[in-house]
Design a protein around this ligand. Structure first.
Ligand code: FEO
Length: 406
């Protein structure tokens, strides 16, 4: 897709990756985009690059607007390879350009590339760069998403170029939120935001709240937010900021996700009465089988719901491997403000459900005990107990939700 002017003399010059389905283990069923931006000012300035496989696309887009040899400044907001791995190709076209980057960004770039021939200006939080009619303010956002990360605010354009923050993994020809909603749907966009947040940003909720508070304190006027993935927020940028504050603050749906796996369908047969009990208590419920669902989708569904029940059979006195993998991954995301419990079947010694509870407690989640276990296969009586278990869990979820959805 050719360059798009998003503000006077400021262009999107990125690339659409329609084919990617595995983004370092995160399943991107809708592809993604690598967004970077070009300011055609007295001092021509490029902000970020794209994934290396797409370097020729961004270079063609840049050439549609300026002669790349005239680029004076290259701002690197984030050094993860999806944004920086075209830097050698870019710098070969404008070898005299100065790279503006955070201190930790410079150290990381030195590890990825031979930077010895490039000029650098290491910038700190609050430093500015004048390009002519535009002033660029650099704000460091460490750990959002990596230690090096920063965002760039273009003052006269009221434009926040936000790297990973506020992004979504969607491959689309729509460059703006309103265009996307017109041709797809509000739900699809919101789901993509939650998917991205749940799989990438959950560990950094407090940092997100602090950084947004800092931006508010600075009194920056923002009428457009341009992330490095997905659509640009021009219709209502306040809404995506509020969405991030809500997600970081623990807001979610009054609903339950049942996330399970099964060997001989016994644990699976427990899910239907449990789901019915939850539903009859007036709480929405979604059932997710782990081996039928990408990990990143299961993580998203966990994050969307206030409550989660983990179902596992016992194998060799421990939980089922796919359940262990899910919980191990979830633990790394350090989720908060969620209540969880466990259920499952066993043959003789048991151990799977106990192990799930150990992991849930280690994560610091609110835990609903005792769990529900059946031997070999759920009988009619067991299924009635499963129904009651679901119903009791839903009652707890409602209580916990009313205390935590503020
Ligand atoms: Fe899109 Fe942290 O990279």
């Amino acid at each position: 897709m050719k360059a798009v002017e998003i503000k006077p003399d400021i262009y999107w010059v990125g690339a659409i990756d329609w084919a990617i389905r595995d983004f370092h283990g995160y399943i991107t069923q809708n592809g993604t985009t690598y967004n970077n931006y070009l300011i055609k000012d007295r001092d021509i300035t490029l902000l970020d690059t794209v994934k290396h496989d797409f370097h020729h696309i961004t270079i063609d887009n840049i050439k549609d607007v300026v002669d790349p040899s005239e680029i004076v400044n290259v701002v690197i907001n984030h050094i993860e390879p999806d944004h920086v791995s075209s830097i050698e190709s870019i710098m070969s076209l404008c070898p005299k350009a100065t790279i503006y980057i955070s201190e930790r960004g410079k150290k990381g770039l030195d590890r990825y590339f031979d930077t010895s021939q490039w000029k650098f200006k290491v910038v700190k939080n609050g430093e500015m760069l004048n390009t002519g009619k535009y002033n660029l303010l650099f704000l460091e956002t460490p750990m959002l998403h990596w230690p090096d990360s920063m965002v760039t605010y273009v003052k006269e354009a009221k434009l926040l170029i936000s790297q990973d923050a506020f992004g979504q993994h969607i491959a689309t020809t729509s460059r703006f939120d309103d265009e996307f909603i017109a041709c797809a749907s509000q739900f699809e966009l919101e789901d993509a935001v939650i998917d991205y947040y749940a799989n990438i940003l959950v560990p950094f909720g407090q940092l997100i709240k602090n950084k947004i508070a800092e931006i508010v304190k600075l009194g920056l006027e923002i009428d457009m937010i341009a992330p490095d993935h997905g659509v640009i927020w021009r219709k209502n940028p306040e809404k995506i900021i509020q969405t991030y504050l809500d997600l970081a603050g623990g807001k979610c749906n009054l609903s339950v996700s049942i996330i399970y796996d099964t060997m001989w369908h016994s644990t699976e047969q427990m899910t239907a009465p449990i789901m019915q009990g939850i539903k009859d208590e007036g709480v929405d419920c979604k059932v997710i089988k782990l081996r039928a669902t990408p990990m990143s989708v299961a993580v998203k569904e966990f994050w969307k719901a206030r409550g989660c029940l983990i179902g596992t059979p016992t194998i060799n006195n421990v939980m089922f491997p796919s359940v262990a993998e899910f919980l191990y991954h979830l633990g790394g995301l350090r989720p908060k403000n969620r209540i969880a419990g466990a259920f499952g079947s066993f043959g003789w010694g048991g151990g799977g459900v106990k192990e799930v509870y150990e992991m849930l407690k280690k994560m610091g989640l609110e835990v609903f005990e005792p769990g529900m276990q059946v031997q070999y296969k759920p009988s009619r009586e067991d299924k009635e107990k499963c129904y009651d278990f679901g119903r009791e869990f839903a009652k707890k979820v409602k209580e916990y939700h009313s205390e935590n959805n503020k």
